[in-house]
Design a protein around this ligand. Structure first.
Ligand SMILES: *Cc1c(COP(=O)(O)O)cnc(C)c1O
Length: 403
């Protein structure tokens, strides 16, 4: 076999190309991944790493899951994109399956998470005007400090992180920020113009921030009482990550609007969706909103199998059981740099007293990939297919690095 030019390009060269020709809007660890399977990824040198980020929970089902791959390939051979100008044979089945799984009456499919959040914002506003009787142009949505809902201009308009906004104004008005986990503040912030409260049940990007017990329950009661839509962003917390199918289920509530993405397509494809009642999603008529790729048959086939895998392989239950096991182990860490270990399901934050980056670099050298969240939190969120022995393996390395 002749050696091709491609085979001569190694880690250094690929990183140099990326730095030279790509926008620098990320600061990745210097590992160049070439392939992956289950909870493991392999770099171009053939070294393997345990993936403890799972693409921000987009690969809850594990990398390159064979059943999802098969669904993708089979559908790719049939038809991939029809646009919503015509109907396709996969979308109705995804609708029905999402309805059966969540009890939500309707779904509106999009692609990225940020698009689904934008869709929810549009739905809430239009619901506010047409159903609640809010005066034109006055609708307000309440959000939480420390939120992460995506990167579009409207979504960063209500971010409390200066870096997400700096240089990107002017911003979309109509948002109010309250402290996360503070039901009293929610009650005070609601006005007759409030159409919705948008919240992550657990804040992921903020560093696995878990609100006080009862917060969501109280928020749900306040929203019901004040006729404000409770919109939960489960793009990262949903689909098994916290040990329940959705994180809101820990509090036994029912949101009015459920936003999903990431693991909805097992890492194969960007698929997101907004689920809600007919009263809410019914505000959209033909032409009010749309997406060329949203609801395409390839996306739907992949999403359907991704959901099936999650349920049939009992990944939600695995997350609860193995998450508790991992958390218990991590809580035995005795290190002067560990401030707190917290988590729910296989979603764990190790808060340090110091910069987390160098520990992530050291973990990478030990064969574990995780990424600092803000400057001082290490987020541990492996694919839910991880095995108990792999957790033991990871724990020994984490202990070595942190202690
Ligand atoms: C990742 C994420 C988003 C944005 O999703 P994209 O697909 O990156 O646009 C929104 N909300 C939450 C909670 C997320 O974790």
């Amino acid at each position: 076999m002749p050696i091709t030019e491609e085979q001569l390009i190694g880690t250094k060269e690929l990183i140099a190309l990326e730095e030279a020709y790509g926008a620098h809007n990320y600061h990745p660890l210097d590992v160049v991944i070439e392939r992956a399977a289950g909870a493991w990824v392999y770099d171009v040198e053939g070294k393997r790493y345990l993936d403890c980020l799972a693409a921000y929970s987009a690969v809850n089902q594990g990398h390159c899951h064979p059943r999802i791959l098969e669904a993708l390939v089979e559908q790719a051979k049939k038809v991939t994109l029809t646009s919503r100008a015509f109907r396709n044979a996969q979308l109705p089945l995804l609708y029905k399956e999402l309805h059966d799984l969540t009890g939500m009456e309707m779904t509106l499919p999009m692609n990225s998470g940020a698009e689904a959040v934008e869709t929810a914002v549009k739905a809430a506003r239009k619901w506010g005007y047409t159903k609640k009787g809010i005066a034109a142009g006055k609708a307000e949505i309440i959000v939480c400090a420390g939120n992460f809902h995506g990167r579009t201009v409207t979504v960063v308009s209500f971010s409390s992180d200066e870096q997400y906004r700096e240089g990107f104004g002017p911003f979309t008005p109509g948002f109010r920020i309250i402290p996360f986990g503070d039901a009293k503040a929610l009650r005070v912030a609601i006005t007759p113009n409030t159409c919705a409260f948008l919240v992550e049940p657990i804040q992921g990007e903020a560093g696995i921030v878990i609100p006080p017990d009862g917060f969501l329950r109280e928020a749900a009661a306040i929203c019901r009482e004040q006729r404000v839509l409770l919109m939960v962003d489960e793009i990262q917390s949903g689909l098994g990550r916290t040990g329940k199918l959705f994180a809101y289920m820990h509090e036994g509530i029912r949101p009015d609007v459920l936003i999903v993405g990431k693991a909805l397509a097992g890492g194969y494809y960007p698929v997101s969706a907004v689920l809600a009642s007919k009263e809410i999603l019914g505000v959209f008529g033909p032409g009010d909103h749309g997406s060329t790729f949203g609801g395409n048959p390839l996306a739907c086939a992949v999403a359907r199998m991704s959901l099936r895998v999650l349920i049939e392989e009992k990944l939600v239950e695995r997350s609860a059981e193995l998450g508790a096991y991992f958390l218990e182990k991590l809580r035995t860490l005795r290190s002067p740099v560990v401030k707190e270990v917290r988590g729910r399901g296989l979603w764990i934050g190790i808060e340090l007293t110091t910069e987390a980056r160098k520990y992530c670099e050291a973990l990478k050298d030990e064969g574990i990939l995780c990424k600092e969240t803000h400057s001082h939190i290490i987020r541990i969120a492996p694919p839910l297919v991880i095995q108990r022995e792999e957790i033991d393996w990871a724990f020994e390395r984490i202990r070595k690095v942190l202690e």
